[in-house]
Design a protein around this ligand. Structure first.
Ligand code: FCB
Length: 492
């Protein structure tokens, strides 16, 4: 049985879930989400995630410096509709409302990010006290509600002065990051039990430096590779700084996609392998095994920028491995004359046929999530620490009608993907938590405000928050899980 088939079998064992092949063929019936799903392990943690630049606004408040995203959003043509994040969801001022929403939701954990330019406006030097004080207040407000704060130290908002000095192309940025991490951990480490170093270094390398579709907007193609190494080095140095302070758990968040060859033709399979390398393996391999995968597909015999001792830092054991998953990717050999072939890339993403999509146009294939988790477990074995799903969710064009948002498609996406995680657990993958993206509608990077991912609708003019139907669905799911968990703990 292939892993796909095993995943399918586990997912539909006692419920009527669609199989992967049915989903890929586009003829799956809508599953019934009212049925009682199987329970998650006793210590499983439920959460919601956000990121500083996407929700905070107040971009010049309290001495915050400028980040690469402030500059990028101001550059004409970079962000859809030319919007900026100067106000965004206004969470810097309304964080109390957002903590109250989290309390109503009943989450165990809240994953948010700390804006480096609030803490170090120039990316170096002593802490900017008012900036750190904001996160101090946020952490205390969460703890007062019994919610564990799970901060990400870097979710893409590099201080602009560091970009002026070469950004992630410059090895020194890794050392700057470790200094910044130390300032934050010194301040919050007495109350934070779980740290995430970086969010999705693959996207910074691929979109930020290779293609230029995200900040800082460089189109260097394979010339972007050193940014992968410097980010991973930053992660390794930060892990050492966090450990030196005795602070509890630490992990990284990588985004993963399941790469599916467009056909069985050797050219498509090779292309899929190369895509898997740049998207998944270059970022997971060194962190989980202390070594880069073979890069000869790109004519390289070593990772550019690699120095003695780097891999020991990068591969230091972690307490958990954060996985962001949204969709699988279908990959073909780059067709002659395509922009990919012209750029010297061997692959080209192509659309799945007959598969439902989110508002973003991303294919919805929940069984691919199970398969991805099973393949991480298979590929990294003993070296893989427990997994925490640090992001998963979907955007749809929601509207408030009579004070309510009926977002059935989001609820269906979430239910199917949570079931896919459960199927992976049943197959033996150690997954300890699920953080949904996102608590709030927010500034979706180069898409501006056109993609709404929130459980809570945000009116970006007034700041008003309206919980969507999916919020109530997730609240009930967590409440059911908690009752079961308490019963088991009581019985234990
Ligand atoms: C991820 C990002 C997150 C959000 C989601 C939709 O790649 O980490 O900030 O934009 O995608």
């Amino acid at each position: 049985m292939s892993h796909f088939e095993q995943a399918d079998a586990a997912a539909s064992a006692d419920r009527d879930l669609p199989t992967n092949s049915e989903v890929l063929m586009g003829d799956a019936a809508t599953p019934d989400h009212s049925a009682e799903p199987p329970r998650s392990p006793r210590d499983f943690r439920w959460g919601a995630a956000t990121a500083a630049f996407q929700i905070e606004g107040a971009t010049s408040a309290d001495g915050r410096g400028e980040s690469i995203w402030d500059v990028f959003t101001r550059t004409p043509g970079r962000v859809l509709e030319g919007t900026t994040a100067e106000v965004a969801a206004d969470s810097y001022r309304r964080y109390g409302d957002d903590v109250a929403l989290l309390a109503t939701l009943g989450v165990d954990d809240y994953r948010f990010s700390i804006a480096w330019p609030r803490v170090q406006p120039t990316g170096a030097g002593p802490a900017n006290e008012p900036g750190l004080a904001y996160y101090d207040r946020l952490v205390d407000a969460l703890l007062a509600e019994g919610i564990a704060p799970v901060p990400t130290l870097y979710h893409w908002d590099l201080p602009q002065p560091l970009e002026a000095a070469g950004g992630w192309l410059n090895r020194d940025t890794a050392a700057r990051f470790a200094d910044y991490a130390a300032l934050v951990v010194d301040r919050l480490g007495d109350r934070v039990a779980r740290w995430i170093t970086l969010n999705e270094p693959a996207m910074t390398t691929l979109q930020g430096y290779a293609l230029g579709t995200q900040a800082p907007g460089h189109a260097l193609m394979m010339g972007a590779l050193p940014t992968a190494h410097h980010q991973l080095l930053a992660h390794g140095l930060a892990v050492a700084a966090i450990r030196a302070r005795g602070s509890a758990e630490v992990g990284i968040t990588n985004n993963h996609t399941l790469v599916v060859p467009a056909t069985d033709a050797p050219g498509d399979r090779l292309a899929a392998g190369a895509f898997d390398l740049v998207y998944n393996r270059i970022f997971a391999g060194p962190v989980l095994t202390g070594a880069y995968p073979d890069l000869s597909a790109f004519g390289l015999d070593a990772m550019p920028g690699l120095a003695d001792g780097d891999l020991e830092l990068i591969g230091a054991p972690l307490d958990f491995y954060g996985v962001n998953f949204y969709n699988p990717t279908r990959v073909a050999a780059a067709s002659d004359g395509s922009e990919f072939a012209t750029a010297g890339l061997p692959f080209e993403p192509v659309e799945f046929e007959g598969v439902p999509t989110t508002g973003f146009g991303w294919p919805i294939v929940p069984a691919a999530f199970t398969e991805l988790l099973v393949s991480l477990d298979r590929d990294y074995g003993e070296r893989l620490p427990p997994i925490v799903i640090t992001e998963n969710g979907a955007s749809f064009p929601d509207e408030v009608v009579d004070g309510a948002v009926h977002d059935e498609r989001r609820t269906a996406y979430l239910a199917e993907h949570i079931d896919a995680v459960r199927a992976a657990i049943e197959l033996g993958v150690d997954v300890r938590g699920y953080y949904l993206w996102s608590l709030l509608d927010n500034f979706e990077w180069a898409e501006g405000y056109t993609q709404r991912f929130g459980l809570v609708h945000v009116d970006f003019e007034s700041g008003e928050r309206v919980p969507k139907d999916s919020f109530e669905w997730y609240r009930e799911l967590i409440a059911r899980e908690r009752v079961a968990r308490n019963q088991e703990n009581g019985a234990a």
